[in-house]
Design a protein around this ligand. Structure first.
Ligand SMILES: [Fe+2]
Ligand SMILES: [Fe+2]
Length: 175
């Protein structure tokens, strides 16, 4: 199921962090779109794009974690170590999945199994982590001044992947 952004549920009160979380939801949705809509015939072409997107998502997550950890540190938040450790474990697992994907690619037998596993991991980790740890930033957000944090990451970064997978199916339906 597609991840729906619900500000009431997921907002931390730090606008740039919320935007980044929202973006990451879009990345996970890109993967769902691929898994649901790409036909076996299209897979070969789409798989390159999906790998590109997963690499990008990994880099994006790293940058997001850095931005977020700065805030946890600045406020000396009681969950700062838990947050950091969960981020570390996430990246460790993500690298493991990326290696697994690459191995399958090298052997020429990449099936949807690994991608489904990655999707389950990403979706459940993201939702759980935001709700359990990141939203605890709300108590700090009441103290922020406007424009205190710079926008480090651009917006709409996953849109090109989403439209790529969408366009493909439309093109296919039309033919
Ligand atoms: Fe976090
Ligand atoms: Fe986060």
């Amino acid at each position: 199921m597609r991840l729906q952004w619900d500000p009431q549920k997921y907002n931390t009160g730090f606008t740039h962090i919320d935007k980044q979380h929202h973006e990451m939801f879009e990345g996970v949705n890109g993967l769902i779109l691929f898994l649901k809509q790409s036909t076996p015939k299209e897979d070969e072409k789409n798989i390159e794009k999906i790998l590109e997107m997963l690499n990008f998502l990994g880099e994006y997550a790293q940058q997001h974690f850095r931005d977020e950890e700065i805030i946890f540190e600045e406020y000396d938040h009681p969950m700062k170590d838990v947050n950091k450790e969960e981020h570390r474990l996430f990246l460790e697992k993500y690298v493991h999945y990326q290696k697994k994907l690459q191995e399958k690619m090298d052997q020429g037998r990449l099936t949807r199994g690994v991608l489904i596993q990655i999707h389950i991991f990403l979706q459940s980790w993201l939702v759980k982590h935001i709700l359990k740890v990141d939203v605890s930033l709300r108590e700090c957000a009441v103290h922020i001044k406007e424009d205190e944090y710079e926008e480090v990451l651009p917006e709409g970064v996953f849109a090109r992947f989403l439209s790529f997978f969408k366009r493909d199916t439309t093109a296919q339906a039309a033919s």
